[in-house]
Write a protein that binds this ligand. Structure first.
Ligand code: SF4
Length: 54
């Protein structure tokens, strides 16, 4: 899988994670929030996350 060096990511449980390195392999991701008024990093989410099945 080709990693996208513009998208660093440490979520190894995601299907799109590069595994060997801390990068995402997608060309583009969608970031969103689950809060009404986000105030810190924890308020944001990667909406392109997909659970890894292996
Ligand atoms: S889709 Fe989101 S959570 Fe998954 S590897 Fe890419 S940046 Fe990380």
């Amino acid at each position: 899988m080709k990693q996208n060096e513009s998208i660093g990511c440490t979520v190894e449980q995601c299907e799109h994670h590069a595994k060997d390195n801390n990068y995402c392999t997608l060309n583009k991701i969608e970031v969103g929030t689950h809060e009404t008024n986000p105030t810190m990093p924890e308020c944001t989410d990667c909406n392109s996350f997909k659970k890894c099945n292996h």
